[in-house]
Design a protein. Sequence first.
Lengths: 328, 670
Amino acid sequence: MKCFNNRRASYTDCNPTMKIMDFCKVLVLLGVFWVSAGFAQPSKVLIVNSDNAVFRYGTIASEFKKVLQQNAYQWTEFNLNSHADAEAELKQLIQQENPVLIYCIGTKAYSLARNVASNKKLLFSAAINWRRLDIGEGTYGVANELSSAQEISLLRYFFPTIKNIGLLYNDKFSREYVETIKKDASALGINIINQPINDAQEIGDALNELLPKIDMFWIISDPVVLSSKASVQQIFQAAQQRKKPVYAYSDVFIEQGAVLAISADLATIGRQSASLALMVDKDKVPEGTVQNPAGSTVTLNKCALDALRLNFNQDALDSVNKIVECNK
Amino acid sequence: MIKYLYTLLVGALVLNSSAFADASAPNDNLEKELAYLAAERQVVVTASKMEEHVDKTVATTTVITQDDIQHIGARNLLDVLRLVPGIGITQSQLGIREIEVRGVKTSLSEKVQIMLNGHPLDHNLQNAGSAWVYDDLPVDTIKRVEVVRGPGSALYGANAFLAVINIITQNAKDLNGLHTSAGWGSFDIQQYRASWGKQFNNSAEAALHFNFTDTNGINSPIPADSLSVQGLNSAAPGKSQLTEGRYDLEWQLGYQDFKLDGRYINKKTGAFFGATSILSDDRTQQDYNDYFLRLSRTWKIQDNLTVDTQLFHDFFSYDNLWQVAPAQFSRFGLQDTRTGGEIQTNYHLNDAQTVIAGFSYAKEQQGNLIDQAGPDPVNLTQVLSSTEVRTRQRWGVYIEDVWDPLKSLRMTLGARYDRYSDFGGTFNPRMGFNWEFIRNYSLKFSYGTAYRAPSFGELGSINNPVLLGNPALKPEQVKTFETGIIAHPVKGLTAQATYYHSAINQLISQVPGQATFLRYDNNGSVVAEGVELETRYDFDGKLQGSYISANHVLQHSVQFNQQLADVPRQRTNLTALWAFDNTWSSFAHVLIKGNTLRNLGDTRPDVPGYALFDLGLLGKNMFGKQVDISFNVYNLLDKRYYDPAPASLNFIGDYQMAGRSFFGHVSLKF
């Protein structure tokens, strides 16, 4: 046997006892093979989070885990924002853990999991407009958006005179969701006037065109329309100038001036996802099931309503969880 | 009644509601919501903002992950590459390995661009190619290897001629602590590695890798050399002396948007046969030093516009002592440097279209020449230099547009112009599309050209009675078109078929000279075409993590109306991974290589084809997920097989390659 001697840039014979040492190394190697077999700890559910620093994702994950813990399920978490080569590492983790189900929080998590583990059962939530996703067999989900039919029903209940509702959206992110809204609205006698935009710079022109035609503006969870605070302010300023009420999918827009918001409850989405995961594990759910969020909060901005002198159905107040007055 | 119904409706919606907006922090809540929307905005499922999936690329790409490398039980980069369809590895006379791509092989592999974290490694300006130092690159610190077959000059410039091999190593985030590993095996292989990485709170990060590798080589029997066949005194019959030892040190330091990275390598090696037709003994020593240093920064101008800038300095040197006769030695040495910079803008026009454009400049220099000879390797005398001190500048501009006009269609269009101070300019376009014409069935087409710049050795070889350089050389050029189909017919199954056709012109060859026996000239052309078939099936259920895969290549390369020598017409890889449980898995690989033809006039029979069987066992994440252990057997059936030796060494037959060999590997994470 020869050893490399860097200082002399040459190769010299080593002590023959090194052969015995090499043999011992192999023996140790084999011994470790045997001993280690008992250390494998399988996990049942793999949670893939698009970015656990994002409040919505984090809240949902937290509630999901609580339910799993109550039901004595094991889980492993994989946060995409903590891994530079997430695809390779996720693939490796899936092979290691062999989970019965992968819970994907957010579109990024779902898209990646779908790529690397299309043959595993997948459950998603917090994915905007889930209908745009590549949904395969063995995929389940909790939608990010409330049922548009129920939302429109409530809008009509609150504002019986509203006929034309307008919204801005980006075709890549929200086309399928907007189509659903239009269909549901049409069934209830409401006309949806939608205006597609390619980026936030088009918001001003799009609103100028849209607002004169509508009775109310609907903010949907479109990430291109709502790309910055400036975009949000631009929408509310334009609506205020034209005295058009704004309805929003989340109560975070109440402070900006939305008259009504019906928000999906994040904690409920997490718990609902966990319940669905347990049922999927027990094969109690038909494949392809995507549930609407089960919990929501209705917030009415009485202050904004009064400012707009907008009539609304007083009976509907019974349905409101929170009323925001001007002095609050 | 209506009120009652709506109360019920709202009741249904409000089921389980518990969270009410915290009015005290409205802006905070809005920011949280906008942060969520921004996170969702990163993923355009229907377009190209996501990292390109292999299915969507226009080029023919193979990705080997760290997990794959562990299962293969790879000892170095070559063990990884030999599984890639269209790539073959063979032994060269000097010691470095030859990387054959799509039926074209040269002794220096100068038509393949190897990159480390996106930085080109063709630092040897005298003889070109990256295989001198990087053929036996340790793999413990590698995160991913991306092999793009086909021309890449439109994006990467020189020498991305037949393929680009991009090696991506682990960064601070991947390491997040201390990783160590060691491997031992046949041929007295020893490998040790230590890596450390950390991300600090002040947006700084650091990753450091250290590798040491040593082997005595395969000691292949060499039955004869040109002296022994004449009955003269020589080292033959003897054995190859391909001892190899190397140190690698890599660093990746980041602070805010700045990054300083690079790698230093010292490699000392013997020779497989030698530089001449005389078998050299262990006094032949090759000593290489190689490093690159790169300072880069990404500037975010707008959300949709970023600019990447970098400055780099590459260094390559060798100081080689060759035994050219039993009592005659030659020492050659030089230093090559490349210093330059690059600026690249990335503009996302919209969700469906991204344009990148850039400019690069580099100055290449060669100096500190060593040319000595004599009978005593310790006391050599100065002789005339066999090459020149040279300098050249080069610059290039490029642009590429990646556009998804439809959800199912990706189009790529790009071009690059490079200008060299010594041989002029070259323009190389690239275009292609990837169209998912039926769900799960995609069609690819691409056309591109590439060039290989003449090396300093080819331009300026002097004072050599056998071979002279030619300062009037033009770059080699290749035009390639390829088309293929990728299908996912059933769950877990992927199949791909690719046809390629490459026409190489202005080939830089050694032709008969007037002043000397040979000289370099642009002479001849090669047409290479072939079909690459790949399939893989991933199991589900209790066999989750297991797969079987196969790739088969039919290739036909012609020069002077003659099938190219030293490359097989067909090659097959069969692999299977069986995951017993979450910890243990076994990997099996069969390489089947067809007969290899000889050159015109070489009367030896074809090099016979062979089948090799490799088997491995891997245990991962043991002892609290901190220990991985693997044990692999190469050539389990101890098949005797040969790599082709050149016609000039026809008296030795061919190079006998390694029989059954073992490799064990342990890695620890802290």
